[in-house]
Design a protein around this ligand. Structure first.
Ligand code: ADP
Length: 499
């Protein structure tokens, strides 16, 4: 057939339309870093000042998104930990325990307000040092940090009414060790209740994410917090161990891996030191056939991908009722394909960088284990940046209870999916894990929610939502997920003697 001279070549038009669709992306919208002031080198924050470490050692903290060094930080040794504990003890005895509760509260309110004022700076540094997407650090982490200080500020002068019939008294000096997944938020979870209850603190942030804790030291100084009330020592496992082994610590608060939690328990055996341990998790997110499936898919994505799977309460096991399994997995894959992995500082980014090379290696090793174990693997086709540590969101279907990817904590954006038919079956499977930190239930039926929440052995269970936090609700686990609660009224208890 002869074509008219001006007729449009059809195939080309179609091709152009397809190109338009596949090439379409958001324009980059990176958060500026011009306002960030980082020193080249940080000492230890002891007795209200940054001091050089007696160890003489420093190490670099890098940006996992581009592998560039951000700053050097001190590596505290045994003598440094001792110096920090002595400063905390002195501040406890001479200042903090003598202040009225209302005065303590005033300091906490002041700290909360300064954090709000400097929120942008804190979120940018958190994303640079830890790799998490700015949307998470800006909209979740930093607002919650301020909220925790406000919340516990409110308790400071009401402790006498918190536990009827009891007279609460502080313990003394708290040694606090935190991980890299929520560096600033974990610092707030630990420091705010400790100070509200009249204790002083030595905090050790994780070795890969020390910067926001060191910036928090500046806030304490700006708030005129008396010197020695909070001391911050940086370093790795050996520094943490030096703090735990110090004989003049009255309380250890630890968040991290179950393996290190067990080491800490051994070190504390036979001592009077109180402790709380918030350890690993392997949360079950359970979708019933009567759930609002689109919302549930969004909840799954929120629970395991937006946070890179870097949370101990990540919904890393998904149980879907058999009748809707195919449709849920299909919807989930479609949604996963739209997730943007890349520059943590870009406001469009859904999934930032993996925190460290070591963690990326661990995640990749688990992906290999899952494939070798025979589960079906799927990973999105998104393009990853050339430099830095990245993992595209991934899932396994046809996973089974005995698989290591179902039993062990991967701490990455990797989901293991299983199906179920009855409530009894899913309860049995969901509880069959050494952990018991958190879980999620998605259903249209309130009665089912109550049945599930009373039978699931997990400290926190979300219903028709996932990964929501509030300073007023306690958080903590069963079994190997830990001992004690943080947050809420319950979060005061581990820092008090209740005579
Ligand atoms: P993660 O797997 O989340 O990195 P870890 O348990 O290894 O968890 O680390 C959590 C925190 O515990 C970090 O601040 C780390 O430096 C510290 N840590 C590691 N080993 C020890 C130890 N033996 N004693 C005390 N703290 C430790």
């Amino acid at each position: 057939m002869k074509r008219k001279p001006n007729a449009r070549p059809r195939r080309k038009t179609a091709a152009r339309a397809i190109d338009f669709q596949t090439d379409w992306t958001y324009a980059p919208a990176p958060e500026s870093t011009g306002h960030i002031q980082l020193r080249e080198r940080y000492g230890l924050f002891i007795n209200g000042q940054f001091v050089n470490p007696k160890s003489g050692k420093y190490f670099a903290t890098t940006n996992p998104a581009n592998e560039k060094k951000l700053a050097e930080v001190a590596e505290a040794g045994i003598a440094d930990a001792d110096r920090a504990v002595r400063a905390a003890r002195q501040a406890y005895e001479t200042v903090w325990s003598r202040l009225s509760a209302a005065e303590r509260g005033k300091y906490l309110y002041r700290i909360a307000r300064i954090i709000q004022e400097r929120a942008r700076e804190f979120s940018v540094i958190e994303s640079m040092d830890g790799g998490k997407a700015i949307r998470e650090s800006r909209d979740v982490d930093v607002p919650l940090v301020a909220a925790h200080f406000f919340y516990y500020a409110g308790w400071a002068d009401k402790l006498a009414y918190a536990f009827p019939g009891k007279t609460p008294k502080p313990l003394g000096v708290a040694g606090q060790i935190i991980p890299w997944n929520f560096p600033l938020l974990m610092a707030a979870w630990k420091i705010a209740p400790a100070l509200a209850t009249g204790n002083t603190v030595v905090l050790k942030p994780a070795e890969t994410t020390p910067l926001t804790a060191l910036k928090l030291a500046e806030v304490f100084r700006d708030a005129d917090l008396p010197p020695g009330v909070v001391n911050i020592i940086t370093g790795g496992g050996a520094t943490g161990a030096a703090l735990v082994n110090h004989p003049d610590i009255d309380k250890v608060a630890f968040t991290g891996s179950t393996d290190v939690g067990k080491l800490i328990l051994k070190a504390l055996a036979g001592r009077k030191t109180k402790y709380t341990l918030e350890l690993g998790g392997k949360a079950a997110n359970i979708i019933f056939e009567d759930a609002a499936l689109d919302q549930a898919v969004e909840g799954i994505v929120n629970g395991i991908f937006f946070n890179q799977g870097h949370v101990c309460c990540a919904g890393s096991r998904l149980f879907v009722q058999e009748s809707v399994a195919d449709v849920v997995v299909e919807k989930l894959k479609e949604r996963m394909e739209t997730l943007i992995v890349g520059d943590p500082l870009d406001k469009n980014t859904d999934i930032g960088a993996i925190n460290s090379r070591m963690q990326l290696d661990k995640i990749q090793a688990y992906i290999k284990i899952g494939r070798d174990e025979g589960a079906d693997f799927y990973q999105t086709s998104c393009k990853l940046p050339a430099k830095g540590y990245w993992c595209a969101p991934a899932l396994f279907t046809n996973a089974s209870q005995s698989h290591r990817i179902v039993q062990e904590e991967i701490f990455g954006p990797v989901l293991a999916i299983q199906t179920f038919r009855t409530i009894e079956e899913v309860l049995e499977k969901a509880n069959n894990t050494p952990y018991g930190l958190s879980g999620g239930v998605w259903t249209d039926k309130g009665a089912k929610i109550f049945k599930m929440t009373s039978k699931l052995r997990a400290g926190v269970i979300w219903a028709n939502t996932f990964s929501k936090f509030d300073p007023g609700s306690p958080f903590g686990g069963y079994k190997e997920s830990g001992v004690g609660r943080e947050g809420g009224l319950q979060g005061l208890m581990p820092y008090l003697q209740l005579a």
